[in-house]
Design a protein. Structure first.
Length: 370
């Protein structure tokens, strides 16, 4: 194998694929990147859960393939001068990397030892802009559970009904939902759960562009995300996802239009006396035209308030400050509708118009005010 390409292009491809490389594995080849020189150059990382392939143009002088330790290869290429990189591999997997006056010799591994990625058929799927998918992931993935006792909730539900895509994440304390119109090739209804870690990588990889499209092809056990020469293959999570529609209360008696930034600022200030070691809920008292927010920890007491739309009845409710802030920060609009019923009922955040997003935060039982 022998090829030449620009250092910047090679470095970018490595930075994409390395996130699917196993960091510690009993199978040494999984800690490597598979490099294949054919008509174009392809890099591939795979950890049996997620596989990432990146294909890009290069000057291929001799076709072939090799597996190189991902960390060492990445460190070398990143430190090379900004010039053309030449990589040559012989029949014994001795690989020479040259760039400018720099030269490295690495022992590689046989590509035959590298496991094949699952083959996902492109028979049915949906298309949406990179910017849209990235936004939907970023506005929901924060609510994915990290509790492995319920593996299905460590991912986000993708639900396709006609031309509408709904992405939902839950963790037992909160819910995040995003809805958008998409292109559905066959118009079929689909439902699958993508691991949260994979979605974070996809959000990082795809460009923030309206013009570039992502193609998503789900099957029973795997799904393929394709964009601009990059393929992300992921294992899907199996199990029964929460019936989120039934979990969202529909009988909230109090609905207030609020300014998101004003409440975020108040909660952030009150949260300054809360830490991982000193946890306590923030107490939110909705009364008249005021939202009074307070908190007490062993460090002391914090209090703030902001003006809101008139609340017809007094409601005092406690929240985990981080969960409330995550939901408010994820809101893509300046003003939203806050729906409340009682101190023991969930808080629901919706857009002023439409159904593009929804956040639900469960309350924390408050102790008597000190």
């Amino acid at each position: 194998m022998k090829f030449t390409c620009e250092k910047a292009v090679l470095n970018e491809a490595i930075s994409i694929c390395i996130h699917a490389v196993a960091t510690k594995s009993t199978i040494a080849v999984l800690e490597g990147l598979l490099i294949t020189a054919d008509e174009e150059l392809t890099l591939c990382g795979y950890n049996f859960k997620t596989g990432i392939k990146k294909t890009f143009p290069a000057e291929i002088k001799e076709k072939g393939s090799i597996v190189l330790n991902a960390k060492i290869f990445s460190d070398i290429v990143r430190k090379l001068p900004d010039d053309m990189v030449e990589i040559v591999c012989d029949d014994h997997y001795m690989t020479t990397i040259r760039c400018g006056m720099s030269e490295f010799n690495l022992i590689g591994a046989s590509p035959a030892e590298f496991p094949e990625l699952p083959n996902v058929e492109k028979s049915q799927g949906i298309n949406l802009s990179c910017k849209l998918l990235r936004s939907m992931i970023d506005h929901t993935v924060f609510a994915v559970s990290d509790n492995e006792n319920k593996p299905i909730h460590t991912g986000s539900l993708f639900e396709i009904t006609g031309n509408q895509l709904t992405v939902v994440s839950v963790d037992g304390y909160r819910l995040a939902m995003s809805q958008e119109e998409v292109e559905n090739g066959k118009g079929e209804n689909l439902s699958f759960v993508v691991p949260g870690e994979t979605l974070k990588e996809i959000s990082r990889i795809i460009p923030d562009s309206e013009d570039k499209m992502v193609h998503i092809y789900p099957e029973k056990k795997h799904a393929l995300f394709e964009v601009e020469g990059t393929l992300v293959t992921t294992r899907l999570l199996e199990g029964e996802f929460l019936n989120y529609r039934n979990a969202i209360p529909s009988d909230c008696t109090t609905k207030l239009e609020i300014n998101v930034k004003s409440i975020i600022d108040c909660v952030e200030r009150v949260s300054l006396i809360i830490s991982e070691r000193l946890k306590n809920p923030v107490r939110c008292c909705f009364e008249g035209n005021s939202l009074k927010i307070s908190c007490v920890t062993s460090l002391g007491r914090a209090y703030d308030e902001c003006t809101i739309e008139n609340c017809p009845e007094k409601i005092e409710i406690g929240f985990n400050n981080r969960y409330l802030l995550d939901a408010l920060r994820a809101c893509p609009e300046e003003k939203v509708v806050l729906e409340l019923k009682s101190s023991l009922s969930p808080c629901v955040i919706r857009p002023v118009e439409g159904t593009k997003f929804l956040y639900m935060v469960l309350p924390v039982r408050l102790k008597a005010d000190a």
